[in-house]
Ligand binder design. Structure first.
Ligand SMILES: Cc1ncc(COP(=O)(O)O)c(C=O)c1O
Length: 390
């Protein structure tokens, strides 16, 4: 029996990146002594009022079909939150509620490009990007951000990969894994290129709530016809399992995404939408909670790994990850991840999964409990010491 050509475009690097992580998770589930720092799932519970609202709505029988683009009140609340964050004037018709930012990336990709087109993604990039972009039939083209420049975007490099086939530029700010927040000047440069070449700009702001003050510079207000903003409650509210996210963009795009949603999701659960509405109402407190949590854990980790010969932690602008430069150990990121797991049962992610420039780095999520982080630091120190770096 044969499969479609799509199955090849959605398999590959992204899936391989999680090999050690999956092994570690299975070991953890079996009750083994494993520390998993390879995934961005904060060790915090869903805010109590959000949980209560979902339970209340479930008990009230809110388990029927819902409007495909999401309930009006929720879309209005997302529009208001987006306006507060970016300054862009939008209403419910600019918003569609989706099953997380990943789903929003996927739907944006399918509606913005197709076979014969090219889509640029700024590196380092989240490992699901290649499949989410190429699922449309378009080819993903990488624009590298050099390690030597702290993984900040290289605008001449970006310009050099634009061709007449280019349709869109995708990026995440704050970035995963580097934690880099694109500044006004960098965004202005990207915006200028997008205007000149009539390109869509897809800004994945899933970590924006973790940035200082809960905001990041955005092109949305200055280029409303070309910018698509994607976000979710996964990171800002520690709610990744709820699959609650959205896309904000021009009305016409939202109408197309709605058509896609009708044949793909057919609407999302009402009790989750009501809980998401509550989450947006408490967003300032929820975001402050996660920011303070991440800041404390980041400082704890940086102190715990300070002065270890052979590795160097990068300090992120925002987010829940640090990239650790392991080049001096003589191991690639991939080898470091594998050997660290074998020797000490600590699972981190190979930086190479995010692009070539991050190849000599590993990504570690510090949004976890202090005892686990303390023990992880001891084990990482012991592992690096065992490498006997000259
Ligand atoms: C940059 C980036 N975009 C999107 C996602 C997916 O987020 P969500 O859980 O909202 O689908 C993640 C998850 O880690 C991410 O790091």
């Amino acid at each position: 029996m044969r499969f479609s050509g799509l199955v090849e475009r959605i398999a590959g690097e992204g899936a391989n990146a999680w090999e050690i992580h999956s092994e570690a998770k299975s070991a953890l589930d079996r009750g083994e002594d494993v520390i998993v720092l390879s995934v961005g799932d904060p060790d915090l519970d869903t805010p109590a009022s959000v949980l209560e609202r979902a339970i209340e709505r479930l008990r009230a029988g809110d388990t029927h079909y819902t409007p495909a683009p999401g309930r009006q009140r929720l879309r209005e609340a997302i529009a208001a939150a987006h306006h507060a964050r970016t300054g862009q004037s939008v209403d419910a018709s600019n918003v569609i509620f989706l099953a997380g930012a990943q789903n929003a990336l996927f739907t944006a990709s399918l509606c913005l490009a197709g076979r014969g087109d090219e889509v640029i993604a700024l590196e380092p990039l989240y490992p699901t990007y290649p499949a989410a972009i190429e699922v449309s039939g378009a080819r993903m083209v990488r624009a590298r951000a050099p390690a030597a420049q702290g993984f900040r975007p290289d605008l001449p490099a970006l310009e050099s990969v634009i061709t007449p086939r280019t349709r869109a530029i995708f990026f995440a700010t704050p970035n995963n894994p580097s934690g880099v927040i694109l500044n006004e000047a960098e965004l202005a440069g990207i915006g200028e290129l997008a205007r000149r070449h009539s390109l869509w700009v897809v800004a994945d702001e899933v970590y924006a709530g973790l940035a200082p003050g809960g905001r990041v510079p955005s092109l949305a207000a200055s280029m409303p016809e070309q910018v698509v903003t994607i976000s979710s409650l996964s990171k800002s509210h520690a709610m990744p399992g709820w699959r609650a996210g959205w896309l904000v963009g021009p009305r016409q795009l939202v109408a197309h995404v709605e058509s896609l949603v009708v044949c793909m999701l057919y609407g999302l659960p009402g009790f989750i939408q009501e809980a998401a509405l509550t989450a947006l109402q408490i967003a300032p407190a929820a975001e402050q909670r996660i920011r303070e949590f991440c800041a404390a854990r980041r400082d704890f980790l940086l102190a715990g790994l300070a002065g270890v010969k052979g590795i160097r932690c990068c300090i992120p602008d925002a987010g829940m990850f640090t990239l650790i430069d392991v080049r001096e150990t003589g191991l690639s990121g991939h080898e470091f991840v594998r050997e660290l797991y074998r020797a000490e049962r600590v699972s981190v992610l190979d930086g190479g999964a995010f692009g070539e420039e991050t190849g000599g780095f590993v990504r570690l999520c510090f949004a976890t409990d202090e005892a686990a982080l303390r023990e992880a630091c001891i084990r990482i120190r012991r592992f690096v010491a065992s490498l006997k770096i000259p």
